[in-house]
Design a protein around this ligand. Structure first.
Ligand SMILES: NC(=O)c1ccc[n+]([C@@H]2O[C@H](COP(=O)([O-])OP(=O)(O)OC[C@H]3O[C@@H](n4cnc5c(N)ncnc54)[C@H](O)[C@@H]3O)[C@@H](O)[C@H]2O)c1
Ligand SMILES: N[C@H](CO)Cc1c[nH]c[nH+]1
Ligand SMILES: [Zn+2]
Length: 439
């Protein structure tokens, strides 16, 4: 990776070094995705089956997997993989189960009771990418919190043919509805509904540019009221390392995200030129051993090492970038954590590779990319429920707060608002004039 000294770069150069390729979809992508959405809207299942053949080369007799097909897939998965899924499941359930909502119920003033409640989203759609890798881990990251939150209908879609391990993991995580359809057409089916696939309230999950564009378009489409999880893009990792870090560990972590795709972005920030050089050597050695070395090499070609003055400056650079994953391999990693303002998930110390979070530590691997970590949180239990408020006033409460509401309403010129209070105050005064006087 190119090694650049941060303090010698102009403001413009610093911005360019930390830039991602643009998130905005091009017109031709938008147009083709709109055509797919409209075809699903007008022709439902028939359109889905045509797209399965055109884009995935699979002729589909039935979109929904039967119980027999789900059970048969399970028999073809190895005991080792089943055990690994069980271990990861236990950790993901423990971490997400501990995120239960704590309700708020209080009187803001005497007789004015306000509550914050939470309820599971009834119908959720979970997209599991097909194509380059069978993302068993993504099944767990979506299906387990949806189950813990209590979402009644949890619908999983994935391009055909669906890998046996995906089907097994889905079933093990409590998913009973699995449909063989992917791409923009799967998102359209989940948003609009078809003869077979139910329309859902919210769609979760990563995917390629067609999937991402369909989520964007349908979340603004007047034909439905769809919510989506977050803007997800190519994987990113930024490693902050001091002179004590292990070059082989750092290189391995950078490669673990580089292998996701040629558009993955990996960055090393260090105050040690020995580490910068050492990591480059380790990258060359380790890259040669990888099965996806061409993909990883393409990602590395646009990645950088940034030499900084000290760890404080390293944290500043990381905050400017806002990485999806931040790994801190320094003498006292937890001390640096207090300087971190933007990161999807943070990995502290030499024995915390990013892969553990991808698969099994318990945290969720669906994380904001493109610098959205400044404002968007990592996926959590809260994303699978909606919060709503409840309020209830006693007569005393209304008497006490009524004038405040009327003054504010009238100052906005909204007489009807004021009137809704005035009428009630008048009726209370008629029933109990002494009380009204006191209040
Ligand atoms: N951020 C994350 O958490 C995370 C995790 C895992 C994967 N990912 C990303 O998910 C993506 C997975 O992509 P994938 O392609 O492997 O699987 P995918 O399921 O997202 O896309 C495959 C589908 O794309 C559609 N498609 C392909 N070519 C098309 C065309 N020309 N026109 C219309 N539709 C077409 C097809 O319908 C096909 O079923 C990768 O970009 C990967 O980086 C992100
Ligand atoms: N690192 C990915 C999120 O950026 C998630 C993943 C799935 N499998 C392996 N990794
Ligand atoms: Zn990963």
């Amino acid at each position: 990776m190119d090694i650049l000294t941060w303090s010698t770069l102009s403001d413009d150069e610093q911005r360019r070094v930390l830039q991602r390729s643009p998130l905005v979809a091009d017109d031709s992508l938008e147009q083709s995705v709109r055509q797919i959405i409209d075809a699903v809207a007008s022709r439902g299942d028939a359109a889905l089956m045509e797209f399965n053949l055109r884009f995935d080369g699979v002729s589909t007799e039935s979109l929904r997997l039967t119980q027999a097909e789900i059970a048969a897939a399970g028999t073809r998965v190895s005991p080792e993989l089943k055990q690994a899924i069980a271990t990861a499941t236990a950790n993901i359930e423990a971490f997400h189960g501990a995120q239960q909502f704590r309700p708020v119920d209080l009187e803001t003033q005497s007789g004015v009771r306000c509550e914050l409640r939470s309820e599971a989203i009834a119908k959720v759609g979970l997209y599991i990418p097909g194509g380059s890798a069978p993302l068993i881990s993504t099944v767990m990251m979506l299906a387990l919190p949806a189950k813990i939150a209590g979402c009644e209908r949890r619908v999983l879609v994935s391009p055909p043919p669906i890998d046996d391990a995906i089907v097994y993991a889905a079933n093990a995580c409590g998913i009973t509805e699995i449909y063989r359809v992917g791409g923009a057409q799967a998102i359209a089916a989940l948003a609009l509904g078809t003869e077979t696939i139910p329309a859902v309230d919210k769609i979760f999950g990563p995917g390629n540019r067609y999937v991402t564009e369909a989520k964007r378009l349908l979340s603004q489409d007047r034909r439905c009221t769809l919510s989506i999880d977050m803007p997800a893009g190519p994987s990113e990792v930024l490693v902050i390392a001091d002179g004590d870090a292990d070059c082989e560990f750092i290189a391995a972590d950078l490669l673990s995200q580089a292998e996701h795709g040629p558009d993955s972005q990996v960055i090393l920030v260090t105050d040690s030129s020995a580490i910068a050089d050492g990591v480059n050597g380790a990258l060359t050695r380790q890259l040669a051993q990888l099965s996806r070395r061409e993909v990883a090499a393409q990602a590395l070609a646009s990645s950088r090492t940034l030499l900084v003055q000290d760890m404080r400056q390293a944290a500043q650079v990381s905050n400017l970038y806002g990485p999806e994953h931040l790994i801190i391999q320094t003498r006292a990693p937890r001390e640096l954590l207090t300087d971190i303002r933007a990161a999807g998930s943070v990995f502290l110390g030499g024995y915390t590779p990013e892969s553990v979070g991808d698969y099994a530590s318990g945290t969720n691997h669906v994380l904001p990319t493109y610098g959205y970590s400044r404002a968007v949180s990592s996926l959590s239990l809260a994303d699978f429920s909606r919060r709503f408020t409840v309020q209830e006033l006693t007569a005393t409460g209304l008497n006490a707060i009524g004038q405040t509401v009327m003054t504010l309403a009238l100052s906005e010129g909204l007489d009807a608002h004021a009137n809704a209070v005035k009428l009630r105050l008048a009726s209370l005064a008629a029933v109990n004039p002494a009380q009204a006087e006191n209040d």
